[in-house]
Structure formats: structure tokens, C-alpha cells
Design a protein around this ligand. Sequence first.
Ligand code: GDP
Length: 430
Amino acid sequence: MVKAVVGANWGDEGKGKITDMLAREADIIIRYQGGANAGHTIVNNYGKFALHTLPSGVFYGHTTSIIGNGVALNIPLLIKEIEGLVERGVPKPKLLVSDRCQIVMPYHILFDAYEEERLAGKAFGSTKSGIAPFYSDKYAKIGFQVSELFDDAVLKEKLERVLVQKNVLIEHLYHKPALDAGELLKTLQEYRDMIAPYVCDVSAFLAQALKENKTILLEGQLGTLKDPDHGIYPMVTSSSTLAGYGAIGAGLPPYEIRQIVTVCKAYSSAVGAGAFVSEIFGDEADELRRRGGDGGEYDATTGRPRRMGWFDCVASKYGCRLQGTTDVAFTVLDVLGYLDEIPVCVGYEIDGEVTTDFPVTVKLEKAKPVLKNLPGWKCEIRGIKKFEDLPENCRRYVEFVEEQIGFPITMISNGPSRDDIIYRESPLKK
Ligand code: GDP
């Protein structure tokens, strides 16, 4: 049985916590897209952790963690992340890395930095992790698979060939020093030695696991609105953030994905540029940012303050639909307990007309939010275990959102830890 945990919005919805929670009952947890450019924050009995490449199941002894072929693999960062966990008392994870996974090359990171410098101020707000140059090379067919690290002759010939092209850009577009194939070869040999203990034919491993009725979790990074096809292009990420891509980025049959848990946060936040219709500013935003998440809404990888907004029913309905949602996990609801009234975005006004359908980017830029105020509940809801025990206005908030987005909210997260979860029967779940 394969389940996916994915985001409906711009990312940072709390997928890490939900994955960590569901991992208790899982055998295998897989990252299938993205790279170390975003982070998942997890709070458990070992402390608080920001994971960048490792799947959120690494804290359990019984699980196998997998980096699938769809991931942008930064080998030294992965090794550092493993060492960081072990230093803090977490048992060394059982980790497998796909032999088809491609490697973030040192020059991918350089290109991100050089391009940002060249665009000076007009950049997209890249995290400078080399993710866009990495995926460009992957699809231009000049990327390096992990499997290629194990043949020096092939590696040397390919490096020399690829560097001819890279050095033209480096010297003539960016006016920086050219790269040396010999030095890069040495770096890649170090990468090979670091990654060798983990390399595996992941799709074959998963096929066997399915035969043995294992439970497999696919962990998505970012959310629907950052998908290169269905998101707010061009302010998107470079690999698909959809559950459907999990089949490809892990190497699984698509029909095996039976449950798709889409994570929605009870308010909105976004990192990076791009349209954000329900965005708020000033003191109102500062207060929500400060109270948000677990210790404030600041990016787990870069520390940048996140942009804040009210819950967006239009974006979330669309986000859930594109994921193929079977269950919504509604997170961080406890944070809203300070508000007298809670605005929710229920429609977009575009050129004088109100719609509840999420538009393409050119129209999205013109959209203004249609807000509805719901009454707040003005109390702490952490520690509550049953839906019936939540304050009435809090239940109404959940029910209102569910009705607007049209997908069943079956899990409500009311705190950062594994046990802060309320399971709910939804009228929308047949
Ligand atoms: P991810 O990338 O989707 O995993 O999202 P983040 O790493 O940004 O996680 C959201 C933040 O909210 C983290 O700091 C979590 O510990 C925290 N968090 C998750 N669920 C809840 C919740 O229900 N309540 C509170 N207060 N914090 C939560």
C-alpha cells in the first residue's frame, strides 16, 4: 500500500510533521522530488530538527528511508545531515539512495549564485541550492547519475565534454574563473566514496516491498502552487510537487498510490516571489508570523521570514484537486486562537468578476481577495484529542473550510508534536 503526503499550497504546510506521524505505521518513506532547497521541521522525542534531504521517517528504528531517482541529490549535504542526526542521539538511519538519482554538481550551486548576481534584484528569489540549474541539466541530458560515479573513465570523458559548455557561460556570461575537469573529477570521486554504502536499485527494492505488503510513504516537498506545470509559473520549483509524480520519482506503478494526504495550513504562508492573493502586511502579518508554526514562520533552510496571509479556499480547493486528495490534514489550527475574527479568502475578484476557480498566472496577478470573516474561538486548543471537544467556533471554521474546498478534512493538527492530532470522520468521505 502506498500513501503520499503532499502540500496543497506554497509549501511549509506541515508535511514533515504529518509524514513523521504517519511513519509510525509505515515501513518505507521516500523523498521523490526536489532537493535540499526546502526544509521540513520536525519535533519529536529527540528534539527539533530541520530536514532538507532525508525523509521525515528517519527518526524511527523500524523504517527504511529512501532518496528516490527524482530528487536533486547534494551528496555532501546529505552526509552532513546524517552526521547531524547521529550527533544528537538519533540512531543511524537505514538509508537507500537510488542509483538513478542525479547529483547536484558544485557548478549548479555556482550558477545559481552567478545568475542571481547577474540579474541583480530582478531574480526569482532562488535559495541558491543549484536546483534550477540541476534540473535544467537533467532534462538537457548532461546531468550525472549516481551510477556514473563508479566508472572513472566514463566520468572523466563526460566531465571534459560538459565543462566545455559550462566554461563558456562561466567565462563569457558571468566573467568568473573557468572550472578544471581534473579537480571536479577528484570531487566526484569523494562523492562516490561518501554515497557508495547507500546506493541501491530502488525500483526493484520497492517492487519486492509491495509483494510483501509493506506500507510505503511518499513525502512531497513544497506544494501544488509550486508545481512547474500546475503552479504559479514561473515562480515555481523545478520538479513536480504532485503526488502523481511520486510514481515516477520513486519508481512505482501509479495505481499503487491508494491514499493521498494533502496538507493544508489553517492560514497561508509563502516563501519567494509570486502572486499571493490573500497576503497580509504590516502588524497583522507580523503578529501571525511571530505566532505561526512552532516558533514563528521563518524558512527552515534560509531563515528568511515567510510572507503571511489568510486561508485561501480558492488556492486550496485547486491545490487539493490537482493532488488527487483522498484526505486533507488541516494543520497549525492552534495558532489562530488569538483572533477575535478570522478572515478567510473565499473568492478572487478578477476584472470585476468573482470566481472560485484558481486561474492561470496572467489572471492571477490581477486577482483581489474576497474575504469572509468567521468568528474566532479565543482559547488554547492544544491538548484536545477529539473533534467534538473543540470550541464550537473552531469546529465551524474547519467545517466551513471543508465545505469550500470540497475535500474531506480527516486530520486536524493542533500542535507541533506527533501526538497533537485529532482524527475526524468527514461527511465528504464515502
Ligand atoms: P513542511 O515543509 O510542510 O514540513 O512545513 P514546515 O517545516 O514549515 O512546518 C511547519 C512548522 O509548523 C514547523 O515548525 C512545525 O513544527 C510546525 N507545526 C506543524 N504542525 C503544527 C501544528 O499543528 N501546530 C503548530 N503550532 N505548529 C505546527
